[in-house]
Write a protein that binds this ligand. Structure first.
Ligand SMILES: [Zn+2]
Length: 348
């Protein structure tokens, strides 16, 4: 006769196997030294910035609460997310119960698959839709992925011909970082949020309040920011970075207005998806002015009948160079193509 405890034991064993399979170490995690520098922005609130020893690309943030940890964005690959969790263990042994994706882009959501099924992954409904459909076939990720074999080949050649030992060692590190990233991308299983929102959601952890807010279309159609009103910090992903932001899936004509909604929140520190945390709110004005001018300038060139390729080289935003990293005339081709598609009503 099979007893209840035997049945429970068998179920427990099956469950243990399932969990073990989930938490298997992904390919491509090896690296030298720390992969992240943790910048403690407020008590229990950390900004995780890559050191360069592992490809992580975007920043993440994590919030250590009374009983758990919430991670905001999980980097470019399963390997990067796995190493992030390993390094978080050096700060706290509390479990990560919740992940928030600020948006669907690969450098913010490709670590989702390493989390156990009982971890809540929260994102905008649009983010879920994109991660369930065609996000890896879109140009932004395709350009990134298909460029890797060539980069690896190029690094190998440069290592072979490099005589200086210091330069050679640096190239060898770059090769290791790129090869590991490529190996991890091959194991990618797109994992969408399992909890979604469309406008706002609030998590409560003891005295901590964690607001997840959608402020309108901008960097994508579904970016959310994570706002801690008591700590006066906001985690902005790519909706607002410390410099320029990718425009491949953006709505440049709406972005500035959506940033106006961000300004209404009461915060003193921004933890962006790229670049260092900052307190200078004038950066928002500078970026809004840039976005408005990108839209106007590229639209003007399109009206003159020039191609998107030509508009990308001619669009002159150099008047913003004092406040943003702009070397000379031109915008990324992917940005010009996006604006053309929006103007033609062909953007998805
Ligand atoms: Zn992005």
């Amino acid at each position: 006769m099979i007893t209840r405890s035997v049945v429970l034991g068998v179920i427990a064993a099956m469950f243990a196997v399932a969990i073990a399979a989930q938490s298997r170490q992904p390919a491509g995690t090896s690296h030298n030294g720390k992969a992240f520098r943790f910048n403690k922005v407020k008590e229990g609130v950390y900004h995780a910035v890559g050191t360069g020893s592992l490809a992580v690309v975007g920043n993440s943030s994590f919030i250590v609460n009374d009983n758990d940890v919430i991670v905001v964005d999980d980097h470019v690959s399963p390997a990067a997310a796995w190493v992030l969790l390993e390094e978080i263990k050096e700060v706290t042994n509390k479990p990560v119960t919740t992940v928030i994706n600020t948006h669907f882009h690969f450098d913010h959501a490709h670590g989702n698959q390493i989390f156990e099924p009982n971890v809540q992954i929260i994102g905008h409904e649009f983010t879920r839709r994109m991660l369930l459909s065609n996000s890896t076939s879109m140009p932004l990720y395709q350009n990134y992925l298909t460029g890797m074999p060539g980069q690896i080949e190029d690094l190998r050649k440069r290592i072979a011909s490099e005589a200086d030992p210091t330069a050679k060692a640096k190239l060898q590190t770059q090769l290791q970082v790129t090869e590991n990233n490529y190996a991890s991308q091959k194991e990618l299983k797109l994992t969408p949020p399992n909890v979604t929102l469309t406008t706002q959601m609030t998590l409560y952890r003891g005295n901590r309040e964690i607001q997840i807010r959608y402020l309108g279309r901008g960097h994508t159609a579904g970016d959310v920011v994570v706002y801690l009103p008591n700590e006066k910090v906001v985690m902005t992903g790519d909706f607002l970075t410390s410099g320029l932001s990718n425009m491949s899936d953006s709505y440049p004509d709406e972005w500035a207005a959506s940033l106006e909604a961000l300004k209404k929140l009461d915060f003193d520190t921004v933890m962006p998806g790229h670049g260092e945390a900052f307190t200078d709110k004038a950066k928002i004005d500078y970026f809004q002015a840039y976005m408005r001018d990108v839209w106007t300038e590229v639209s003007r060139l399109k009206k003159q009948g020039v191609s998107a390729e030509e508009a990308a080289t001619r669009a002159d935003l150099t008047k913003h160079k004092d406040h943003l990293p702009i070397q000379g005339p031109g915008v990324p081709l992917i940005a010009a193509q996006r604006i053309y598609a929006l103007l033609d009503g062909k953007a998805n």
